[in-house]
Write a protein that binds this ligand. Structure first.
Ligand SMILES: Cc1cc2nc3c(=O)[nH]c(=O)nc-3n(C[C@H](O)[C@H](O)[C@H](O)COP(=O)(O)OP(=O)(O)OC[C@H]3O[C@@H](n4cnc5c(N)ncnc54)[C@H](O)[C@@H]3O)c2cc1C
Ligand SMILES: NC(=O)c1ccc[n+]([C@@H]2O[C@H](COP(=O)([O-])OP(=O)(O)OC[C@H]3O[C@@H](n4cnc5c(N)ncnc54)[C@H](OP(=O)(O)O)[C@@H]3O)[C@@H](O)[C@H]2O)c1
Length: 443
C-alpha cells in the first residue's frame, strides 16, 4: 500500500488530511497516511502557546502568535469551500475574528471524523532522505526521547515558514540597556504599557505589533522601515521613520535624523524558510515570496515529484489556497493528475516566477495569487467557491487599510461560499480589549 507522510498538522497539514478524507468518504481507497506534529495538539500557529524559546523537551517553540491577535484579512477571503463559517457557527459572524474564533473554525472541520487518529503528536521529524525510491523519515518521540524510523512513498512538507525568526544586528545593540526581541517571541502587548517601543520592519508583523502596543498603552511607538514605509495614517503616539542607524545607550538614532529614547526594540524582521529536517538535495531554499522557485504549481518539488510542499508562498490567500494545494497534491499522489515533461514543468515554473518578479503593488500581487489559486482550483474537485469575489474583497480591504488603519477591521464582507453578509461587530476593534471567543460571539 502507498504510504504518505505529512509533516506538520497546522492549517496546511489539516488541509491535506481533509483532502484524503473527502476521497475516502466517496468510497475510494486512500493511501496509508501518517501525520507528524511536534506540538502536543494540532492547529499550527493558531494553537496559541504562552511559551517562547524552547518547550519542556528542549525543542524550539514554533509558535509566533500572540494574545489579542485578530485576523488581519477578511475571514471571507480564507473561508473553506467545504465548510462555511455559517455552518460552523450556526449564524453569520463578523468579518475580522480574533485568533481563538478562527482556531475553533479550523478545528471544527477536522474534528468530526477520525482524522486525529492519523496524527502522531509530540513527534518531531528530524531527517528526511530519499533512498531506493522511498523516503526514509526519522522522527523523535519527544516524550520518551526516542528516535524512530519509517519509510514512505510520498512526503508532504506542511511545516509552515513563520516559525524561525530572522534576526538582524544593529550597531549598539550589545550595549542597549532595555529588551531586544523578535516578534516571534511577542506574546502580550500589555507588557509594554507606559514604555517607549521601537518596532523595526514594514510588513504585517510590524504593522500589527506596533498597533497592539499603541492600543494597550505604550507611551510611544516608533516604526523603523528599511526599504518602503507602510505609510498608513498612524494614530497619536505612533510614527514611522526611516531605518535604524544605531543605538547609543537607550537612544535610537535613525537614518533620517530622528532620535528616540527606547525601552524595548521589537524586531518585526520576518522569518526564515528553515527546514533542517529535509536532506539538502530536497530542501526548498527561498525568501518569503509569492512564487518560490523549484515548485511545480507551487507544490511539487521539481527534482522529485514524490515530495510536495504546501503553503510555502508569501500569503494573501491562506486556508482555501492551502486546500486547493492539498487537493492538487492528493490527486498527484493518487495518480489522477499526471506530471508533464521536465521541460514543460520548467517553463511553467519560469513563467510564474517571471510574472511574480514584475509585480509592483498590492493590487497586482492580489491578482497574481488569485490567478494562481484559481488555476489550482480548476485542476481538482475542490468544491465551488467564488475566487472573483475574494479578489474583490482583498482589494477593498487594502483600500480600507489606506483609508484608516484603525477601522479597517470594523468592516463587513460577504461569503464566497454561502453569500451571507457578515454583521458588524458589536465593538469596534480599537476599543475591543477582550479577544475571547465568548465575548466575540456574545455568548
Ligand atoms: C503572527 C502571525 C499571524 C498570522 N495571522 C494570520 C491571519 O490573521 N490570517 C491568515 O490567514 N493567516 C495568518 N498568518 C499566516 C499563517 O501562516 C497561516 O494562517 C497558517 O498558520 C499557515 O499554516 P501552515 O500549516 O503552513 O503552518 P503553521 O501554522 O506554522 O503549522 C505548521 C505545523 O508544523 C509543525 N512542525 C514544524 N516542523 C515540524 C517537524 N520537524 N516535525 C513535526 N511537525 C513540525 C508545527 O509544530 C506546526 O504545528 C499569520 C502568521 C503569523 C506568523
Ligand atoms: N493577523 C495579524 O494581525 C498578523 C500579525 C502579524 C503577522 N501576520 C502574518 O504573519 C506573516 C509574517 O509577516 P511578517 O511581517 O512577520 O514577515 P514578512 O511579511 O516576511 O516581512 C518581513 C519584514 O522584515 C523587514 N526586514 C527584514 N530585514 C530587515 C532589517 N534588517 N531591518 C529592518 N527591516 C527588515 C522587511 O522589510 P523590507 O520590506 O524592507 O525588506 C519586511 O518588512 C504574514 O503572513 C502576516 O500576514 C498577521
Amino acid at each position: 500500500m502507498t504510504k504518505v507522510a505529512i509533516i506538520g498538522a497546522g492549517p496546511c497539514g489539516l488541509s491535506m488530511l481533509r483532502a484524503f478524507e473527502h476521497l475516502e468518504n466517496k468510497g475510494e481507497k486512500i493511501p496509508e497516511v501518517v501525520c507528524f506534529e511536534k506540538q502536543e495538539d494540532w492547529g499550527g500557529l493558531w494553537n496559541y502557546s504562552w511559551r517562547t524559546g524552547s518547550d519542556q523537551y528542549g525543542d524550539p517553540v514554533p509558535n509566533s502568535m500572540y494574545r489579542y491577535l485578530w485576523s488581519n484579512g477578511p475571514k471571507e477571503c480564507l473561508e473553506f469551500a467545504d465548510y462555511s463559517f455559517d455552518e460552523h457557527f450556526g449564524k453569520p459572524i463578523p468579518s475580522f475574528p480574533p485568533r481563538e474564533v478562527l482556531y475553533d473554525y479550523i478545528l471544527g472541520r477536522v474534528s468530526k471524523g477520525k482524522l486525529k487518529d492519523k496524527v502522531k503528536f509530540n513527534t518531531r521529524v528530524v531527517s528526511t532522505v530519499y533512498k531506493n525510491d522511498k523516503f526514509e523519515v526519522s522522527y523523535q518521540d519527544k516524550v520518551n526521547d526516542k528516535i524512530l524510523k519509517d519509510t514512505f512513498d510520498y512526503v508532504v512538507v506542511s511545516t509552515g515558514h513563520f516559525s524561525v525568526p530572522f534576526i538582524p544586528e544593529y550597531k549598539g545593540m550589545d550595549k542597549f540597556p532595555g529588551r531586544i526581541m523578535h516578534s516571534h517571541d511577542f506574546r502580550d502587548a500589555e507588557e509594554f504599557r507606559g514604555k517607549d517601543v521601537i518596532v523595526l520592519g514594514s510588513s504585517y508583523s510590524a504593522e500589527d505589533v506596533a498597533l497592539q502596543c499603541n492600543k494597550y498603552g505604550a507611551k510611544s511607538v516608533t516604526i523603523g522601515y528599511r526599504h518602503n514605509p507602510m505609510g498608513f495614517k498612524w494614530p497619536n503616539g505612533m510614527k514611522e521613520v526611516h531605518y535604524l542607524d544605531r543605538l547609543e545607550g537607550k537612544k535610537a538614532i535613525f537614518k533620517d535624523g530622528t532620535e528616540q529614547d527606547a525601552d524595548v526594540i521589537i524586531l518585526c524582521t520576518g522569518y526564515l524558510h528553515h527546514f533542517p529536517f529535509i536532506d539538502e538535495s530536497l530542501r526548498l531554499k527561498t525568501s518569503n515570496r509569492l512564487y518560490p522557485p523549484k515548485l511545480y504549481k507551487g507544490v511539487v518539488w521539481q527534482d522529485n515529484h514524490k515530495l510536495l510542499y504546501l503553503g510555502m508562498q508569501d500569503q494573501f490567500h491562506t486556508f482555501n489556497m492551502f486546500d486547493c494545494q492539498a487537493w492538487f497534491a492528493r490527486d498527484v499522489i493518487m495518480g489522477k493528475i499526471k506530471m508533464p515533461s521536465d521541460s514543460d514543468i520548467d517553463s511553467d515554473i519560469n513563467k510564474w516566477v517571471a510574472m511574480e518578479e514584475k509585480l509592483e503593488n498590492p493590487d497586482q500581487m492580489i491578482d497574481f495569487q488569485t490567478e494562481y489559486t484559481k488555476e489550482l482550483h480548476e485542476m481538482s474537485d475542490y468544491p465551488k467557491i467564488d475566487f472573483e469575489l475574494i479578489r474583490k474583497h482583498f482589494k477593498e480591504w487594502e483600500h480600507h487599510k489606506v483609508e484608516d488603519i484603525l477601522t479597517y477591521r470594523n468592516k463587513s464582507f460577504s461569503s464566497p461560499v454561502t453569500g451571507s453578509v457578515a454583521p458588524i461587530h458589536h465593538t469596534p476593534w480599537e476599543t475591543a480589549m477582550d479577544d475571547s471567543l465568548k465575548t466575540f460571539l456574545n455568548k
